[in-house]
Design a protein around this ligand. Structure first.
Ligand code: FAQ
Length: 322
């Protein structure tokens, strides 16, 4: 394709985005748009799947049958989100095997937040309230992202995340009305999950390498810092209602800005976790590798079954023709 043709296609593509027309799998798209989406959607899918691990840690130790059922349903939802997202990524011409391989070999990232341990039962509440809360803040804008299959997957995911966030808050509300020891557990979980939750939104706008192009293509519609601020503004009053102290001595309501000011984020910690050196990075990848290896027989059986069905159908069609 010559340069003027390519330029024409790119202009038409941007005009579609500007007119809020969704891009669909068979539409022409710039190669960089396709690659950016594969990167973001697959990182998102991996996050959902790896994100099942910190909560899975508490399934056998949930304090009641009811809590166990709720947690089980939530974790299953996260697995489902991973599947919708892998399917959305596959529409861009990459196979599930390649995507999983990128995760297991450490080539693909997943959210930094899932490299922190879930130490006490209140962590389960904190994950629902803060981690799902941060995820929703980011994902609501993604229901309007420019790529059709991603936007449609996000609509359903957001509905489910909203239940996840509320179950986490309700768990903490119950504990915060309990014994002194339970209240301490809630504060301890909050202290450990607060800053990593703020990091989930990604580097500051100044450091964000992909934001400018992703905003132009309307893959992202709000910046990392905008979403982080919205999360702080929404979450601080919820923390106060639980009787919690936010672990940030610089946190203060700013009348003029109509927002909370908050202290500096430890970006060295963030990048160290992203680069594979967080408290649980190795453990998480090892657990995914083990699940992948132990699931080999399921993949083989499903492939053999599909092949058997394909052959039967072909045989039936050939006898019908004869
Ligand atoms: N962790 O230029 P930007 C959930 C990387 S789902 C690790 O700003 P971008 C549900 C970034 O990839 C949570 N890496 O990047 C659940 C890039 O590196 P690269 C996941 C991060 O893409 C709840 C580099 O830094 N949600 O929690 C992180 O424009 C409970 C430069 O960054 C999504 O994935 C991070 N936190 O903006 C499940 C939402 N942040 O690729 C179980 C979709 C940044 O060049 C239990 N994703 N990086 O090597 C997005 O909206 C975007 O990708 C951002 C980052 C906003 C995360």
């Amino acid at each position: 394709m010559d340069n003027s043709n390519l330029h024409n296609l790119e202009e038409k593509f941007q005009a579609k985005i500007d007119a809020e027309i969704k891009i669909e799998p068979k539409d022409w798209m710039p190669e960089k748009y396709r690659k950016t989406l594969i990167r973001q959607i697959s990182q998102h899918a991996h996050s959902e799947v790896v994100g099942m691990l910190p909560e899975g840690n508490w399934l056998t130790r949930a304090p009641s049958l009811n809590r166990k059922l709720i947690l089980l349903a939530k974790i299953q939802d996260e697995g489902g989100h991973g599947l919708y997202l892998y399917s959305a990524a596959e529409t861009l011409g990459i196979s599930r095997d390649e995507l999983v391989d990128q995760l297991l070999t450490g080539k693909a990232k997943y959210s930094s937040i899932f490299n922190y341990p879930s130490i006490n039962w209140a962590d389960i509440g904190a994950i629902g309230w803060l981690v799902d809360g941060a995820a929703i803040m980011n994902q609501v804008m993604l229901t309007r992202t420019s790529y059709g299959p991603y936007a449609r997957a996000m609509v359903r995911i957001c509905k489910e995340e909203s239940f996840h966030q509320r179950q986490g808050y309700e768990l903490l509300l119950t504990m915060s009305q309990g014994t002194d020891e339970q209240k301490e557990m809630v504060q301890d979980a909050f202290n450990r999950w607060w800053w990593p939750s703020l990091m989930m939104f990604g580097p500051s706008d100044k450091e964000s390498t992909h934001s400018a192009q992703s905003m132009k293509w309307k893959i992202k519609r709000k910046s990392n810092d905008e979403l982080r601020q919205a999360f702080v503004d929404a979450t601080v009053p919820q923390a106060e209602f639980l009787g919690l102290t936010v672990p940030d001595d610089q946190l203060k309501w700013n009348e003029e800005r109509n927002h909370y000011d908050f202290g500096p984020i430890d970006w060295d910690e963030f990048w160290s976790v992203v680069k594979g050196n967080g408290p649980c990075n190795r453990e998480r990848l090892k657990a995914r590798q083990k699940a992948h290896d132990e699931g080999a027989w399921v993949r083989e059986a499903a492939t053999a079954y599909a092949e058997k069905r394909r052959k039967r159908k072909a045989e039936k069609e050939s006898t019908q023709v004869a």
